[in-house]
Write a protein that binds this ligand. Structure first.
Ligand code: ANZ
Length: 844
């Protein structure tokens, strides 16, 4: 079998690997550990090109560390709950379970062929009761800690999928990331995880990840958590016992407040306008405005360019420092669920407030002189001149329509006058604190995590509701609460959970007194499943605990996580949150789940993302046509891993030809494994050892494309050595061929193994280990090259004996001595005789 037949090689090695079970991580193995993980797959169909890229890159990393002598854990499982299964089930009238597990079987077979070096003994499915039991355990832990709670609230509602969406699932254009429908607001009782309790830690701990996670992802997380620092200020309302509290980032502008604005859809607005002192016309206008507001998306409401609308509430507030009377308005640019759903409007210094004041003729008071330099250097006006002689902008936002948002010096602000903005912020907070009408405060954009879904194919929430509304957590020893049979169950979305219709399942005796009670019919957001799955991989069969803390703390956190940037916020934030909760509960001794993160780009076809629905190239077809190794190699060779791959721009056929060429070298080698390398050709050996020296650093900085290019060079050098150099029997040729097999085994494991065996080894190359470069073979042999200009030597320097003409010319042209000599005279000709001489001819 001397021809490179990838089908034969694949079949042979797949069976061999199955027999050998090479990649099972051994917890007792004393070598240093690495936990390498790709974001686990969702089994919505067979593997596609995106999977192929993700698992190629992840497997390069896993195989690399194994080769470097590490005890590597590289697990695999399925994120197998979720809406696509349920929708497919509804459409085709099959059980979501059957659909899901059929897809898993298909993906599994495809993975076996694609050859990621998984530890298959870790395999988990989140839709197995053996797994989701522990989701329920996690829920109960959250519940005990007060981190799981139920409340009535306005939620994002997908009218097509008839389900609630997390904020994160609503796209910037206000549509659902699942169905594409325009998301509307609906009031429902829902379960939440109190992630906001962890906002500060989720934000501050991002600093630890700096340099190890893509900076873009860190920025997106920071932005999502959105911490704002400022003050809460209390305003007394005439005719109301309780003051209204507002959050402001600019307490320094307190003297510039001329009205208050309350979010129309807040409970506060409804209560204020319901007061008997408010006339019917005002109340009616408010009702109309509320209806209109509910039709607008949050995104629209925050759009600065949208003309301001609003209505008065007919109530009056008292300024906490000046005692002035301020009107209360409602307007949709104020959001109900940010800060306190109310703002102190400072139209002179906030653009939204100014637009509103101009639309409704409300007063504007300037309190920051933005013309005055904060440093105190007020310009000296020369004698005879007046201020009018200078181009000083007027401080009149009412006239210009531009709010004065810059720094400056406080004016019209009583005790704050003359202070800088920063100074005034601190001083204003002290003033408010002294009077008991305000305090320093922080606000976050982050909302609590809405985890309940009105769908079937997910983890049942382990709570029983008594008739009087009391909640009883299902005792831990009664877990799992297993999903009922779908037989006779209507899964069609209707706004309430299908589980409510499973009469036998949902009706249970009250754990307290046996009276009638009902199970909570909702299921958990599947992001709960994926928030801790990386812990389950350490003890996937343990039926006594969610994970074994001793093993987890040995292996985790994950050393290298690999996946798409589409999970930059949701999944990563939830996993970080759950890790911190489990740390606080004493189960984990680390607070961040993923020490390093690599986001791979997308595989595009015709410039757009390939997917099952949108079509594109089929992975199966590509594998059939070019072989697994060629496709894996292309995924690494296409460019830096973060970049997108345009499938039209790559050539799997060329990769396959390269692999055949590499294999051919192993076939041609005539020496045996006991050949003494030191007797081999020195320049071939140098090429081999330069590769051995450079590849590890390149691999660790994910420059897979560079390593592959270097392998191609090494193949060329070796081919030349066989055909027109020292010949196939030279030990250096064997050493090079073995090195090629070692290097290739990471990217193209079938070819690597086949070469290795052809070279005379019985044990697999996958677990053979890297060879250290011999430093004496790395010293570059150099000589002195000279540069002449018009025949006279003008410079000389040390260069490698193997320097190419182009590089030598570059060096000559960039020599300072040469440049100084030539000046701006024209170069007419350059003659390069690498490695010794460059002659530059110039005019004049
Ligand atoms: C007075 C003020 C004066 C404000 C000024 C800004 C500039 P960030 O930075 O995004 O946190 N605000 C507070 N709650 C709001 C809500 N529920 N909906 C809409 N806007 C709200 O924004 C904080 C600022 O946004 C707060 O500071 C408040 O306006 C407004 F010259 O208070 B500011």
């Amino acid at each position: 079998p001397h021809t490179y037949d990838f089908r034969r090689i694949q079949q042979k090695w797949q069976a061999r690997w199955e027999e050998l079970g090479l990649f099972t991580a051994d917890p007792d193995d004393k070598r240093p550990r690495k936990y390498i993980l790709e974001m686990f797959p969702y089994p919505s169909g067979d593997l596609h090109m995106g999977h192929a890229e993700n698992w190629a890159l992840g497997d390069f990393v896993a195989r690399y560390w194994r080769q470097q002598g590490f005890n590597v854990l590289h697990p695999i499982g399925w994120d197998s709950f979720g809406l696509p299964a349920e929708n497919a089930a509804i459409k085709r009238g099959v059980d979501p379970k059957d659909w899901t597990y059929a897809n898993i079987a298909q993906q599994k077979a495809s993975f076996k062929r694609y050859a990621p070096s998984f530890d298959w003994s870790t395999e988990i499915h989140t839709s197995d009761p053996e797994y989701y039991k522990w989701n329920q355990w996690l829920f109960l832990k959250m519940y005990e800690k007060g981190l799981a709670y139920r409340k009535d609230s306005w939620v994002n509602w997908d009218p097509v999928d008839q389900t609630v969406l997390a904020n994160e699932q609503v796209l910037p254009d206000g549509t659902s990331d699942r169905s594409g429908a325009v998301v509307v607001k609906k009031k429902l009782t829902q379960w939440y995880f109190k992630i906001t309790d962890y906002a500060d830690r989720l934000l501050d701990d991002l600093n630890q990840l700096e340099g190890r996670w893509p900076s873009k992802v860190i920025a997106m997380q920071r932005n999502w958590i959105g911490r704002s620092v400022g003050a809460d200020v209390d305003f007394v309302i005439e005719g109301r016992d309780e003051p209204v509290t507002v959050f402001t980032t600019r307490p320094d502008t307190i003297h510039g407040v001329t009205f208050l604005v309350i979010a129309p859809d807040s409970d506060l607005a409804a209560e204020l306008v319901a007061d008997p002192s408010v006339d019917d016309a005002t109340r009616a206008a408010f009702q109309d405005y509320l209806v209109a507001t509910q039709k607008a998306s949050d995104i629209d409401r925050q759009n600065a360019d949208r003309p301001k609308t609003g209505v008065p509430l007919g109530r009056t507030a008292i300024h906490p420092l000046t005692g002035e009377h301020l009107p209360l308005w409602t307007a949709d640019y104020v959001l109900a669920d940010y800060g306190h759903g109310a703002v102190m409007a400072v139209p002179a210094h906030d653009q939204r407030d100014l637009d509103f004041a101009r639309a409704f003729d409300l007063p504007v008071t300037v309190v920051v002189d933005t013309n005055a330099a904060v440093t105190g250097a007020i310009p000296v006006i020369p004698e005879g001149a007046t201020l009018d002689d200078f181009d000083v902008p007027t401080l009149d936002p009412l006239a210009t329509g531009e709010a004065l948002t810059g720094a400056g010096r406080m004016i019209n602000s009583g005790p704050l006058d003359g202070m800088s903005k920063q100074h005034a912020i601190t001083a204003a907070i002290s003033l408010l604190e002294e009077r008991g009408t305000g305090r320093a405060a922080k606000t976050y954009r982050l909302r609590d995590w809405l985890i309940s879904r009105q769908r079937f194919w997910g983890t049942p929430i382990p709570i029983i509701h008594g008739e009087d509304g009391t909640q009883y957590p299902v005792p831990e020893d009664q877990l799992p609460v297993v999903l009922p049979d779908t037989e006779g169950l209507d899964l069609k979305p209707k706004g309430t959970s299908p589980l409510g219709g499973a009469t036998d399942w949902v009706n249970v005796p009250n754990p307290a007194d046996g009276s009638p009670a009902r199970r909570d019919p909702d299921t958990m957001d599947t992001f709960v499943d994926s928030s801790w799955y990386f812990l389950r991989f350490l003890s996937p069969q343990d039926d006594t605990q969610a994970f074994d803390p001793a093993l987890v703390n040995k292996w985790a956190p994950v050393d290298q996580y690999i996946g798409g940037v589409e999970h930059a916020i949701l999944h990563l934030l939830y996993a970080r949150f759950v890790t911190k909760v489990l740390f606080d509960l004493g189960y984990l001794d680390f607070t961040e789940p993923f020490s390093a993160l690599l986001n791979q780009g997308m595989v595009l076809s015709g410039g757009s993302k390939m997917s099952k629905s949108k079509g594109g190239v089929s992975l199966g077809d590509e594998l059939d046509a070019h072989g697994v190794d060629a496709i894996r190699l292309v995924m690494g060779f296409a460019g830096p891993p973060e970049d997108d791959i345009n499938w039209e721009d790559v050539s799997p056929a060329a990769s396959a030809r390269f692999l055949a060429r590499a294999y051919r070298i192993a076939v041609d080698v005539t020496s045996t494994p006991d050949a003494v390398w030191s007797t081999g050709d020195r320049s071939v050996r140098q090429a081999t050892h330069r590769f051995l020296a450079d590849a590890p650093g390149l691999m660790e900085s994910f420059k897979f494309n560079v390593v592959i290019a270097r392998l191609m060079d090494l193949v060329n050098v070796t081919r030349k050595a066989i055909d027109s150099g020292p010949g196939a029997a030279d030990p250096a040729v064997r050493e090079a061929a073995e090195t090629i097999a070692l290097g290739l085994s990471v990217f193209a494991p079938y070819t690597g193994e086949e070469m290795w065996q052809t070279l005379g080894y019985d044990s697999p190359v996958a677990t053979f280990g890297w060879r250290k470069a011999d430093p004496t073979l790395l010293v570059q042999e150099t000589l002195t090259a000279v540069v002449q200009v018009n025949g006279k030597v003008r410079d000389s320097f040390e260069v490698s004996k193997s320097i190419e003409a182009d590089e030598l010319e570059q060096l000559a042209r960039s020599s300072h001595a040469v440049q100084r000599y030539i000046g701006d005279r024209e170069i007419v000709k350059v003659i390069v005789r690498a490695p010794k001489l460059v002659n530059i001819a110039i005019k004049g």
